[in-house]
Design a protein around this ligand. Structure first.
Ligand SMILES: [Zn+2]
Length: 263
């Protein structure tokens, strides 16, 4: 029976690994999406900087046009004196004020233009950095994606090899025991077997197993299940030394391999 139990333990290990591989394969598209996130963030930053730069460039152009218009206004005002349109001193005083105001406005536009030019320069630099970051993120994402998608092949190979190995394993297990295992596996999320700790607890449900059962699990002469979670139990502590002890009572004599029976 000990051998059967060992085969079951090996089968459970294979089944858990199969499930793990399948899960990893299932998760690959999601992992690719996660790997894409830094690229999307970098692109969003770049796009918003580009929008800002476009707006600033437009503002600068408008400002330049405003400046040209204002220069034309001043030039027209100044023409009035050369064309002799101003006749009186009073008109001349008013004209000077008008020119002064127009020049002041021009000065304000120039100031605004300088600020805008400065902002355009800064944004251009920011945008260049953001473009470089996008390129870098794109490169990194492409590498990660290729690596993730490339791992599918290796996982498929392992899956195929393990499935084949499993068939051989299953063939060596007593059918009734195998049925019990499969039934438990379905209801226990893959964990049909549970180890018993040195302190006598079931490693799956963490509850105490009766000392008598623990002793029998150690001997592995028959199949025992956990009375709390129903899983098939096996011993995880030190291997039991089976030494015939003549001074003990007859019922204590332990035999390593008994006739294999199933429950
Ligand atoms: Zn249990």
């Amino acid at each position: 029976m000990k051998q059967h139990l060992e085969r079951l333990i090996a089968l459970q290990e294979a089944d858990l690994r199969l499930e793990e591989i399948a899960e990893r394969k299932r998760r690959i598209p999601e992992m690719v999406e996660a790997a894409r996130q830094p690229l999307l963030t970098a692109q969003a930053t770049r796009d918003s900087l580009k929008q800002e730069l476009d707006k600033l460039t437009k503002d600068r152009k408008t400002c330049e046009q405003d400046l040209a218009a204002q220069e034309q206004t001043i030039s027209k005002l100044q023409d009035r004196t050369t064309k002799g349109e101003i006749k009186t001193n009073r008109e001349y005083q008013a004209h000077l004020v008008e020119v002064e105001l127009a020049k002041k406005k021009k000065g304000e536009i120039e100031e605004q233009l300088l600020i805008l030019m400065d902002q355009v320069d800064t944004r251009k630099k920011d945008l260049a950095q953001a473009e470089a970051a996008v390129k870098e993120a794109d490169k990194r994402f492409a590498a990660e994606k290729a690596s993730l998608e490339g791992s599918v092949g290796a996982l498929d190979e392992e899956l195929a090899a393990l499935k084949q190995k499993r068939e051989a394993m299953v063939a060596a297990i007593e059918p009734t025991l195998l049925r019990t295992y499969e039934k438990l596996r379905r209801s226990k999320k893959g964990h049909a077997l549970a180890g018993v700790n040195k302190d006598g607890t079931c490693m799956a449900c963490r509850l105490h197993v009766q000392p008598q059962v623990v002793a029998e699990v150690k001997r592995a002469a028959t199949i025992h299940t956990c009375e709390h979670c129903q899983r098939i139990l096996y011993w995880t502590g030190e291997p039991v030394q089976i030494i015939p002890q003549p001074e003990r009572k007859g019922d204590e004599v332990e035999v390593e391999e008994t006739a294999e029976t199933t429950e």
